[in-house]
Design a protein around this ligand. Sequence first.
Ligand SMILES: NC(=O)c1ccc[n+]([C@@H]2O[C@H](COP(=O)([O-])OP(=O)(O)OC[C@H]3O[C@@H](n4cnc5c(N)ncnc54)[C@H](O)[C@@H]3O)[C@@H](O)[C@H]2O)c1
Length: 350
Amino acid sequence: MRSFTYRSRCSGEVRVLVNYPHADELSKLLDKYTSCMIITPSSVSSLVNFSKCPRIIIKDGEEGKGIETVLNIIKQSMDNSLDRSGVMIGIGGGSTLDVTGFAAAVYMRGVDYVNVPTTTLAMVDAALGGKTGVNAAGLKNIIGVVKQPSEIIVDLAFIKSLPASNYLDGFAEVLKYGVTMDKGLFDKLSSNVDKVMNRDEGLLEDLIYGSLVNKAHVVEADEYDTLGIRIVLNYGHTIGHALESASGFSISHGKAVGLGMICESTIGVKLGYTNPDIPGYLTESLSELNLIQSIKVNADSALRAITGDKKRNGGFLNLPIVTELGDWVKVRVKVDEYLRLVKESCMYLA
Ligand SMILES: NC(=O)c1ccc[n+]([C@@H]2O[C@H](COP(=O)([O-])OP(=O)(O)OC[C@H]3O[C@@H](n4cnc5c(N)ncnc54)[C@H](O)[C@@H]3O)[C@@H](O)[C@H]2O)c1
């Protein structure tokens, strides 16, 4: 069991608990609040052994991440007399936490919320950082606000029921924190893949804790994504999102980010910033984690997705580029130049 806190400009101190039983911690938390609601999809609801709060069952995955779910949460919260001193508790994967956080941000102009992530991706990434929101008009995360949770409770018991591919997907983000900011974390993951495969609790606690501490440092430094520091969390994602969308979402998010990191590190080498060994280190670790997929997506569709990327800024892209294992710099690259490099260096485009 390990815990830490990070500071938010808008919400004060956020407590992060790793490897704590969710029922015990939620019980303790209720002393602070007058009322509570749990928001969870039906697939996860049966894994939740805490019955002191009414439950709102939402649709699973991206299907549940819409404005209609927010309206449903608001209506049911009103029906259950959730007041401004109450708390919403999201228990689920990233899509459940994103929609819960957004509903909490707008209900009665804002109530507290707590994240209980149940997928690896949500444990190492989505639960922390305060980016809440929903999909609309065919676009992901197009409506949203930044509001930090008041507490994050990671209960490793939820890992047991995850299907293998869903379980492994989150480790692309762990490699991302490692390669950009924390060589120790990268080495710990890369040299213990057998334990990862066996879902070894001690190792998982270390990797999740390390990932969240790294993310929390970035969020504390640039909570609203305005200072050019938070872009490091996008490493692998500019090309990853493009591969994901050009493949018609036939490739998982974790695999797309993994392949994105290989392409972005190769570009970093071409630009003269990245140690030439890094694309190989990434390829080896991703391959051992079964996160390499040999795909070829349409180059024009992928390049179009990059030009539409929201990180584009006046004809330039601000990109995080790894220098050495565990270090990165921000580089401003002309969009045209970047597209040329992507076409030339990314082997997953046809
Ligand atoms: N806010 C952020 O900073 C942030 C960061 C990364 C991703 N995200 C968002 O997270 C979402 C993806 O999250 P995700 O990968 O966790 O997927 P998800 O929430 O869509 O869940 C994936 C599937 O896993 C199932 N599941 C969840 N927990 C389970 C468990 N313990 N056992 C068995 N099945 C379980 C769910 O029912 C669902 O079918 C995307 O919408 C993405 O935009 C947000």
